[in-house]
Write a protein that binds this ligand. Structure first.
Ligand code: NDP
Ligand code: MG
Ligand code: MG
Length: 341
């Protein structure tokens, strides 16, 4: 059983006694900065000159500085820019300005696990990774609750890194829900595996194949869309509430029987072998290398794959059908350019 941390295990005064710089004000950055401030922590936000996020942070009354200025003042630097730019931000603006003995905190272990950032031996290196998007991290905090977090310590020269990690996790509301002790290696490898094999990669491909199979057999795309994409949410909600067992309990006996007999035909043991190959490429760094090299070259592969995905016929079918559903807002479709922030 995993080791858990809750509010009573952590001392808020540890983080309240530090000057904290949150670098980046996107999904996670805004939530961490605002929750820290509301927990009585001395926080400033570090952003690049001309950053689009600056106005949003200032509108909340937060102090915004350049990354270099924010880092110079800080006892704890929280690195919440996108993973693919962290290496450059660290080399250019964080490392040269970091106070002797200042600690580093990450929301995901990617750059430490794959050695893109190699902190000085004098820095504590911690992770507090919420298991939810930043907007939920902020909303739950405001409502007096929290999103569960993962905690890890990679370097602990001060001997106090765990106290700081727990105090930080409490300040962003994570220990109201609960914190799970992990390592940078476990968090990074399982996070990448989950999103590639099941949540994003696996689910997207499964839905596309389902849609293609039905439409190629002559069924109408609108009908196929409802059966293989739209209803997925209902199924996933049931799984989140009560596991696969609740999903099977809730659907018809016909659907439940079909689950047992046809599921293993579609997702056969070869899929598990493919998953093991994906995990191997995560663990040996091949995936990280391919991602970062492509990003460094201006992301030609990434952009081409994104464009190809957007051209799949399920997308245009869905765009029209979603207009029929009043509970899906037009603004839910404002994702077309780039990624969420
Ligand atoms: P975002 O993409 O939302 O971060 C965008 C922010 O980073 C913006 O404020 C942007 O500024 C700023 N930024 C971008 N480039 C630079 C730069 N070169 N220098 C300074 N600031 C920069 O990131 P996320 O919040 O999604 O991810 C942050 C970390 O949290 C990652 O490690 C991620 O893996 C982790 N994480 C993310 C989760 C999520 O749900 N999103 C969940 C758990 C962990 P500008 O406005 O100028 O573009
Ligand atoms: Mg991830
Ligand atoms: Mg049905």
């Amino acid at each position: 059983m995993a080791q858990m941390f809750y509010d009573d295990d952590a001392d808020l005064s540890v983080i309240q006694g530090k000057k904290v710089a949150v670098i980046g004000y996107g999904s996670q950055g805004h939530a961490h900065a605002l929750n820290l401030r509301d927990s009585g922590v001395d926080v400033r936000v570090g952003l690049a000159e001309g950053s689009k996020s600056r106005a949003k942070a200032e509108a909340e009354g937060l102090t915004v500085r350049t990354v270099a200025e924010a880092v110079k003042e800080a006892d704890l630097v929280v690195i919440l820019t996108p993973d693919q730019v962290q290496r450059k931000v660290y080399a250019d603006d964080i490392k040269p300005n970091l106070k002797e003995g200042a600690a580093l905190l990450f929301g995901h272990g990617f750059n430490i696990r794959f050695d893109y950032i190699k902190p000085e031996a004098t820095s504590d290196v911690l992770m507090v990774a919420p298991k939810g998007p930043g907007h939920l991290v902020r909303r739950e905090y405001v409502d007096g609750r929290g999103v569960p977090v993962l905690l890890a310590v990679e370097q602990d020269p001060s001997g106090t890194a765990w106290d700081l990690a727990q105090s930080y996790a409490k300040a962003i509301g994570g220990l109201r829900a609960g914190g799970i002790k992990t390592t940078f290696t476990e968090e990074t490898e399982t996070d990448l595996f989950g999103e590639q094999a099941v949540l994003c990669g696996g689910a997207s491909q499964l839905v596309q194949y389902g849609f293609e199979t039905l439409t190629e057999a002559g069924y109408q795309p609108e009908i196929a869309y409802f059966e293989v994409l739209h209803e997925l949410k209902l199924i996933v909600d049931l799984m989140v509430e009560g596991g696969i067992a609740k999903q099977r309990w809730s659907v018809s006996d016909t659907a439940e029987y079909g689950d047992y007999v046809s599921g293993p035909l579609v997702i056969d043991p070869s899929v598990k072998e493919n998953m093991a190959a994906v995990l191997a490429d995560i663990k040996n760094g091949a995936f990280a290398k391919r991602f970062i090299e492509d990003q460094d070259a201006g992301a030609p592969e990434f952009k081409a794959l994104r464009e190809k995905g957007a051209q799949h016929p399920i997308e245009s079918t869905g765009k029209d059908l979603r207009k029929l559903m009043s509970w899906i807002k037009d603004s839910d479709n404002d994702y077309v350019e780039g990624s969420a922030a």
